[in-house]
Design a protein around this ligand. Sequence first.
Ligand code: UDP
Ligand code: MG
Length: 309
Amino acid sequence: MEDKPNISVLIPVLNEEESLPELQERLHRVMEGIKEPYEIIYINDGSTDRTPVLLEDYHKKFPCVKVIEFNRNYGQHMALFAGFEHAKGEIIITIDADLQNPPEEIPKLVAKAEEGYEVVGTYRKARKDSIFRKIPSFIVNKITAKLVGVKLRDYGCMLRAYRRNIIDYMNMCPESSSFIPALAATFAKRIVEIEVKHEERSKGTSKYSIFKLLRLNFDLMTNFSLLPIQFIGVIGVVVALLGLAFAILLFVRRLIVGPEVEGTFTLFAILFFFIGAQIFSLGIIGEYIGRIYQEVRRRPRFIIKKELF
Ligand code: UDP
Ligand code: MG
């Protein structure tokens, strides 16, 4: 029965020894309840705690539990890409290991996917995260919706279901950094978003530092459009024109009123503003060049140390 699973559940795991036992137990119960052949693939994204031991143990106990182990940490989205390459199901579910999204919501997603939706997204009812997490999320969601051209309420929620064809398309994208929900949205014709529960992280801590989150958002922006760089270009032109106008103004003033000295510091302020804008633009350009560099190097996106299938 395990030979051809109909449903694949993919779980990226980074140091989640506290959550794993409860997750595996609840997930097992939920999946057995669906009464369709399934597989659970854990992707160990370079954990340094007891995670690998636990996963190996589940693999021994449950025939449908499979494990992919990276040699180091490559990030949640790379872990999912590795999962996509190995998943055999017609319906592929992604879920976090930290139990913030209850596994009990999975049957709802499966039902929607079976209705024929290619991507089933979710939005978090009463999201239990700090305000510092929610405000940037809100902005990012709005921008992503614009960039990708698909309006979803919650691009950040990783409890999602995809049909086989979408996974096949994503497997054709060998880019070394990507944001999966946005990528899927660019391929799918039929997308639906359903409401799911969200819980506070009760065990372990968030695996996303501010720096990692920034990184992810840069991936999102630069991978899905050239908009940022074009926007910067336009700003550059406007700033230059304003600067020119200002120079002309000063020149005319000099002819009429005579030279001004007191304004020196205003000029400094303006100068600093322009310098700031320049550095910012350089940063954006660097971001794109860095990405081009990464792609032309053609290094493997991730290295799998061990597979338990
Ligand atoms: N995760 C991962 N690699 C990373 C960061 C996170 O595999 O580099 C996993 C983590 O174990 C969890 C999921 O991705 O299963 C979401 O991470 P987390 O809950 O820490 O993110 P948050 O809910 O704070 O956004
Ligand atoms: Mg979480």
